[in-house]
Design a binder for this molecule. Sequence first.
Ligand SMILES: *[C@@H]1O[C@H](CO)[C@@H](O)[C@H](O)[C@H]1NC(C)=O
Ligand SMILES: *[C@@H]1O[C@H](CO)[C@@H](O)[C@H](O)[C@H]1NC(C)=O
Ligand SMILES: *[C@@H]1O[C@H](CO)[C@@H](O)[C@H](O)[C@H]1NC(C)=O
Ligand SMILES: *[C@@H]1O[C@H](CO)[C@@H](O)[C@H](O)[C@H]1NC(C)=O
Length: 290
Amino acid sequence: MQAMEFKRFSKEIIIILLIAFASCIAYLSYEHINILTMTIQNNYSCELKYAYQENSHRKCRFVFLDLGSNKGVQVRKVYEPWLYPKAPFLKYFDEYFGLVSRTYRRQDVCSFGFEANPRHMPRLKQIEKAYVNKGLSVRFDNYAVSNRSNDTVTVYSETNFDLDWGAGILDTAINNKKNMTKYVVPTMDLADFIRKSVVPLRPERILMKMDIEGSEFIVLPHLYKNGLLCEETITAMAIELHNWARHSFNSLLTIPSLKRLLQAQACKPTLILNLDDETYNTDVDVQPDW
Ligand SMILES: *[C@@H]1O[C@H](CO)[C@@H](O)[C@H](O)[C@H]1NC(C)=O
Ligand SMILES: *[C@@H]1O[C@H](CO)[C@@H](O)[C@H](O)[C@H]1NC(C)=O
Ligand SMILES: *[C@@H]1O[C@H](CO)[C@@H](O)[C@H](O)[C@H]1NC(C)=O
Ligand SMILES: *[C@@H]1O[C@H](CO)[C@@H](O)[C@H](O)[C@H]1NC(C)=O
C-alpha cells in the first residue's frame, strides 16, 4: 500500500518538475528572443528587425502626417527634437510617440509629408534621403492635398523664394499673380491615401498636422464624411484654418463648429490640438552624425 502511494506521489513530482523545466525553457527562449531583438534593433539597416518587433518597435507603430510640409521642419522636429528645443510641437511628439533617447530615435514613427509647392521639393528630398540613410521611414511627395485624386491645381508661389512660406491654390485669393511663379500640381485624395496607405500599416497612433493654405475647408469636411475624424483612425490633429481663404471656399467651418460636428459622431472624435507651431521656419542642416 505504502509503496503504491509513494509511486503515485513521485509521479506527481515528476510531472511538476517537467512543468517547471518546460517553463524555464520557455522563459529562457523568450529572453533569448528579446536579446536577439535588442541586437538587431541596434542595426538600423537590417530589415529583419521588423519581424521581431511586432508589438514593441515595429515599423510604423506610429504615423505622422505632415500636410503642407513647407521646408520640412515639423518632420525634423520628430527625429531631431534637440535642434528645436523651443518648438511647441515637441511635447505632443513626446506624448504620442514617446521620448527620444540615446537608443530610441523614433525609428518606429513613419512620416508622410505632402507639399504642393514644387520649389520646396529639392530640400524635402534632401531631408528624406538623409533620414532614410539613418534607417528612418520618411517620405515627402509633391501633391496638393485635396478631396480628389487625378486632378491638378494651379499653385502660385512668390518669385522671391525667401518670402515664400505657402503655396496657395486659389486664384481669387492671390492678388499679385503677375509677380508670382505658377505651377500645375497633381491633387491627392487624402481620405483615399489614409484608407489605402496608412490604415493598413495598423499604427497605434496617427498624428496629423494640416497647414494647407485654404484647402482645409475642402479636406476636413471630406475626412469627416469618410468617417476618418475618429480617434481610432486619426488620434489627434493640429490644424490651421486660413481665414483669408474661408470666403473663397464658401465655408462656415470654424474650430468650435468642427469640434461640435466631431463630438456628434458615434465614434470617439479625433482630438483637435490647440497648436500652431511656426517656430524654426528657416531651419538648419541635417546633422551628419547622430
Ligand atoms: C548591419 O547590417 C548590415 C547588413 O544588413 C551589415 O553589413 C553591418 O555590418 C551591420 N552593422 C552592425 C553594426 O552590426
Ligand atoms: C471636392 O470639394 C469641392 C469643393 O467643395 C466640391 O465641389 C467637390 O464636389 C468635391 N469633390 C469630391 C469628390 O468630393
Ligand atoms: C487615380 O489616382 C489613384 C490614387 O492616387 C491611382 O491609383 C490611379 O491610378 C489614378 N488613375 C488615373 C487614371 O490616373
Ligand atoms: C515683385 O517682387 C519684387 C521682389 O519681391 C518686388 O520688389 C516688386 O515690388 C514686386 N512687384 C510687384 C508689381 O508687386
